[in-house]
Design a protein around this ligand. Structure first.
Ligand SMILES: [Zn+2]
Length: 246
């Protein structure tokens, strides 16, 4: 047999289950979404099949505007006008999302590839190799890396460096820069660990991460501080004031 029909059958059976069992329970939600969307968050992550943004964040359809690509990469503005840049502009300028998350993950194949772009294997993958040039500065920023013997710790360090780099690229997009300047947008970097199901939030000032509980506590403190400051009512406060605008 030239191709395997069973996986396609499984997919269609999944659709049937959705239509028969899942949709009826959420019919009103889907009807409300029929003609418009109003997502609060642009979520940028890797195309990797092991990451389910709605599952990780426990969100419903309509809540996350998603960009997925190899290595959760955001080309700097003007370099690579394409699907990622267009989706960012639409999310920020038209949908007016309040948050942008860039989420890297453990055991990322793109990060392993980035370790050694000149390897014989990568030389054959010319499209990916060119795409990963958008992340090369993350690789260059890490010292003490042995590309031929990458450890999980090295891959993790590179993944976090890449998220930081892509957040910097994100700020070069005019729509993002404008929304940040108006303090209408918050941006965060996340690291998702697949086997543990644990997420860490990158501290954008320090070269470290904080737990989800710590991140929530920090945001709540900033929320109560801003509630006492009348000048910013009516505007979305940048949750990480001390992290942003660098
Ligand atoms: Zn990946």
């Amino acid at each position: 047999m030239a191709f395997n029909r069973s996986t396609m059958i499984e997919l269609l059976e999944g659709v049937r289950t959705f239509e028969q069992d899942v949709y009826p329970e959420k019919e009103q939600l889907f009807r409300n979404l029929a003609y418009h969307q109003n997502p609060a968050t642009l979520f940028i992550t890797c195309a990797d099949s092991r990451i389910s943004p709605p599952m990780i964040t426990q969100t419903e359809p309509g809540e996350l505007f998603l960009i997925r690509n190899v290595g959760n990469i955001v080309p700097a503005y003007g370099i690579n006008i394409g699907s990622t840049s267009s989706a960012i502009e639409y999310a920020v300028a038209v949908l007016k999302v309040k948050n942008i998350i860039i989420c890297g993950h453990s055991n990322c194949g793109a990060m392993s590839a980035l370790m050694d772009l000149d390897s014989p294997k990568m030389r054959k993958l010319s499209t990916i190799r060119r795409w990963l040039c958008n992340a090369e500065a993350a690789r260059a920023s890490l010292v003490d890396i042995d590309p031929e013997h990458p450890t999980p710790e090295m891959i993790r360090a590179l993944t976090e460096a890449n998220v930081r780099l892509q957040l910097a690229h994100l700020r070069t997009h005019p729509s993002v820069a404008a929304a940040l300047a108006r303090r209408e947008l918050a941006i965060e970097g996340w690291y998702y660990d697949i086997p543990n199901g644990r997420l860490r939030v990158l501290d954008l000032l320090e070269d470290s991460t904080i737990s989800v509980d710590e991140a929530i506590r920090e945001l709540r403190e900033q929320q109560s501080d801003s509630a006492n400051a009348p000048a910013i009512s009516g505007h979305i406060c940048h949750p990480h004031d001390h992290h942003g605008h660098r």
